[in-house]
Design a protein around this ligand. Structure first.
Ligand SMILES: Nc1ncnc2c1ncn2[C@@H]1O[C@H](COP(=O)(O)OP(=O)(O)OP(=O)(O)O)[C@@H](O)[C@H]1O
Length: 449
């Protein structure tokens, strides 16, 4: 029977086949309908299945839609801990009045007051976790994360990020917020000089920003301060002149003379006067290599004067390396390369100091390396008088006597020694005059190189 049907099926034209198929489908449908209408369990299961499928489709639709909406409506900003804005932002947020933070971290800082005293301040900054703030009417979500696996190789601290999230339409607030954070950070150093020293390959703040050294408090011989200040100011105004001629925009100054004559103090006062910071490097530092010196000199914080102290150290070690065979840190050629290699198009003002100008190789005196050299010697009579009046402002007559006595004794003393005498006889000008003999004789230094 089945064989017969099979043969006839082959012979039936297509239309008949569809008819047979429709009949089969109809039968199945009938069975399902019957089962569903007659069997309540089956009907409920089918309903649930359809409902479940519908919900699953709806759910994935919602997820996709919310992703699209998130992308369209939400904007993120990531600040990494290696960026300057990172600590500015945390400090800003610590001061923001409308914030909800349950996780806080403490940051201790030391504040130097105008009278020189130092007090401690604890800032409670947002710790790792989620925070909310309301800023200019908009809500911002802030997430601070600390990586358990990645550390900053330079300082060994864990790598961190802060992610700010807000509505796309409020994205301009990021700029405003970062500007405010920067302003706040700059205010803490306003009227102060930040001293940077090298830490590995990077510059780090050395202690807290210091109150600016008053320019008038450093007393050099007539005209020295004024001439250097004028030269630096002229240099600072001539950036275009340098760039038009393709000359590296840098200027090097050498101050040489005996210890305690006020070289470093003057550079600090000059930085204060110009509202600049100081990047300080001592070339006799053991772990400073040529590569590090070069890298540091090409990566200085903005608005900074580079101060290279004791540059003769680079020359000493060259001789020592040859004669005694021990390893030098910064070499003479390393120093020259670093001075020549400052490629930054921003201005670079380098001050170098030495107590031993006779040890310097003439190669360093080339313009472009040292453009301006100045001897800063032991106290002249003019300086002695000015120093006396700085400590005892109204004692003009005693100041004259003091200078006369100094001249009679033919004493060559440093300004630091004079300062020592006046500090010992604080508020007692006659005692300072009486004790003038305690100033020891110091050797002069050749003022011509
Ligand atoms: N000309 C000066 N005017 C005012 N203070 C001075 C002067 N010279 C020295 N002093 C005081 O003496 C101390 C040492 O001065 P400073 O370190 O500036 O001397 P220096 O010439 O840089 O010495 P060194 O060559 O040893 O580095 C400071 O406390 C400074 O205030």
């Amino acid at each position: 029977m089945s064989d017969k049907n099979a043969v006839s099926t082959v012979e039936i034209p297509n239309t008949n086949l569809n008819v047979a198929d429709d009949t089969f489908k109809g039968k199945i449908k009938g069975i399902i309908n019957e089962a569903m209408s007659n069997n309540p369990y089956f009907a409920a299961g089918g309903g649930l299945m359809i409902l479940g499928t519908g919900l699953a489709v709806a759910r994935s639709g919602i997820v996709k839609l919310s992703r699209v909406l998130y992308r369209q409506m939400i904007v993120d900003l990531e600040i990494q801990s290696k960026d300057k804005a990172y600590s500015w932002f945390l400090t800003w947020m610590a001061k923001h009045p409308q914030r909800v933070s349950r996780h806080l971290s403490v940051r201790t800082s030391f504040i130097q007051h105008d009278n020189g005293s130092i007090s401690t301040r604890f800032n409670l900054v947002p710790g790792p976790g989620n925070h909310w703030i309301k800023y200019k009417g908009a809500y911002l979500h802030i997430k601070r994360e600390r990586s358990a696996k990645m550390i900053d190789l330079q300082n060994g601290s864990p790598y961190e990020t802060v992610t700010l999230t807000t509505l796309y339409r409020d994205r301009h607030l990021f700029h405003e917020m970062l500007d405010e954070a920067k302003e706040l950070a700059l205010k803490t150093t306003e009227g102060k000089t930040v001293i940077y020293t090298s830490f590995g390959p990077e510059w780090r703040k050395f202690g807290q920003p210091k109150a600016k050294r008053a320019y008038a408090s450093v007393i050099l011989d007539r005209g020295i301060k004024e001439n250097i200040l004028k030269d630096v100011q002229q240099f600072m105004q001539n950036g275009k002149w340098y760039s038009d001629r393709g000359i590296p925009y840098r200027r090097g100054y050498l101050l040489y003379g005996p210890p305690g004559s006020g070289k470093t103090s003057f550079i600090q006062a000059l930085a204060g006067e110009l509202d600049y910071n100081i990047c300080m490097l001592n070339l006799s530092e053991g772990n400073l290599t040529d590569d590090r010196l070069n890298h540091l000199m090409n990566n200085m914080p903005e608005r900074s004067i580079l101060l290279l102290e004791d540059i003769d150290a680079a020359f000493n070690q060259r001789a020592q390396t040859q004669d005694q065979g021990y390893h030098s840190s910064v070499t003479f050629s390393g120093l020259l390369n670093a001075l020549d290699g400052i490629t930054s198009s921003e201005e670079t003002i380098t001050f170098m100091t030495t107590n031993h100008p006779e040890r310097l190789d003439p190669a360093i005196m080339r313009p472009g390396r040292i453009d301006y050299k100045q001897f800063v010697g032991n106290a002249s009579l003019y300086q002695a008088q000015q120093m006396f009046l700085k400590f005892y402002p109204e004692k003009v007559e005693l100041a004259e006597l003091f200078v006369k006595e100094l001249a009679d004794l033919k004493l060559s003393v440093s300004t630091a020694q004079l300062q020592g005498l006046f500090v010992m006889n604080k508020d007692d000008a006659p005692a300072a005059l009486a004790n003038i003999g305690t100033l020891k004789l110091t050797n002069g230094i050749d003022s011509h190189i």
